[in-house]
Design a protein around this ligand. Structure first.
Ligand code: NI
Length: 263
C-alpha cells in the first residue's frame, strides 16, 4: 500500500500538485489498457450519454465516435467496468486522497481522456473547479494516471505551482465557442513559460487540487495517449461570497441537448 511521505504531503499543499512514479504496477497497467480501449469503443457508453468530445461540436452520432473526435472523453468509466474500483491503483488513490484531504475524503467520480495519435488536441489551461456549481467551495483532488509513458510529446500534465490558492479565474468554452463542452481560462498569460511539466512512466500519477491551473499539450506521437482520472473530495461547503460562472450559463452543446432528451 502506498503512503505519501511528509515531504510529499507538504509539497502538495505548497504547490497544488504532486507527481508519483508509480501508483500501480506494470501488470495492472496492461489490464487497465484493455479495459480502457473496450470502454472507448463501446456504443452503449455513447448511447448512455457518457461519451463526448471536449473540443469539437460533437454533433454527429453516426461517426465512429472516438476515431473522428480530437479529444474524446468517457464519463464514469467504472460504471461500465466495475473492476476499475477493485484495482491496486484505486486503493492507493483512496489512501492518498485521505492523506491529502482528511478522513472525510471519498471517491466522487472517474473519467478518461484519450488523445488520438497525431491529431489529439491540446487541453487548454483551466481550473477544474470552473466546471462546478459556483455557490459551493470544493475540497477536491484529481488523480491522473497515464496508461503509457506520459511525455511532453504525447500530452503529459503541466501545472502552475501555487495556483491552487487562487480564486477561479474567468473561463470560457474552448475557443469562445458555446457549442464546445471543454473550458479554458480566458487569459493564459505567461503560463507556458512558468509551467512545471510532469513527464511520467506508465502507471505513474499526478495529483492536483481542483483550483490548480493545468494543461496538456497535443499528442504528436503515433500512439494514443490514454489517461484515466479519479476524483476524490471532502463534502463541498456553501460559499460565503457569491460568484457567477457565466461561462456555464452560456454553454449550449449538442451533448447537453442529448442529455435533456434522455431525462
Ligand atoms: Ni482538468
Amino acid at each position: 500500500m502506498l503512503t505519501l511521505t511528509d515531504e510529499q504531503i507538504k509539497a502538495f499543499h505548497r504547490d497544488g500538485f504532486l507527481a508519483l512514479d508509480a501508483i500501480t504496477d506494470a501488470e495492472e497497467v496492461a489490464a487497465l489498457r484493455e479495459t480502457y480501449d473496450r470502454i472507448f469503443a463501446s456504443r452503449a457508453v455513447r448511447e448512455a450519454g457518457d461519451q463526448l468530445d471536449l473540443v469539437s461540436h460533437d454533433e454527429d452520432d453516426e461517426a465512429a465516435a472516438n476515431i473522428a473526435q480530437p479529444l474524446p472523453q468517457v464519463l464514469n468509466p467504472s460504471k461500465y467496468a466495475p473492476e476499475l474500483a477493485q484495482t491496486r491503483m484505486r486503493a492507493n488513490a483512496e489512501r492518498i486522497a485521505r492523506q491529502l484531504l482528511g478522513e472525510e475524503a471519498v471517491f466522487r467520480f472517474d473519467h478518461a481522456i484519450r488523445k488520438p495519435p497525431h491529431h489529439g488536441a491540446a487541453t487548454p489551461w483551466h481550473q477544474d473547479e470552473a466546471y462546478n456549481a459556483p455557490d459551493m467551495d470544493y475540497h477536491e483532488i484529481s488523480i491522473w494516471v497515464p496508461l503509457q509513458e506520459a511525455t511532453r510529446a504525447n500530452g503529459c500534465m503541466q501545472f502552475i505551482p501555487g495556483s491552487h490558492r487562487w480564486e477561479v479565474a474567468a473561463h470560457q468554452p474552448i475557443g469562445g465557442d458555446p457549442k464546445v463542452v471543454g473550458l479554458e481560462v480566458t487569459d493564459a498569460r505567461d503560463y507556458d513559460a512558468r509551467a512545471v511539466v510532469c513527464e511520467l512512466p506508465a502507471g505513474g500519477a499526478t495529483i492536483h487540487h481542483c483550483r490548480t491551473m493545468h494543461y496538456t499539450g497535443p499528442n504528436r506521437t503515433d500512439q494514443p495517449r490514454r489517461a484515466y482520472i479519479m476524483g476524490f473530495g471532502a463534502p463541498p461547503t456553501p460559499r460565503a461570497a457569491p460568484r457567477d460562472f457565466e461561462w456555464l450559463r452560456r454553454q449550449q452543446t449538442a451533448w447537453q441537448e442529448r442529455q435533456a432528451k434522455r431525462t
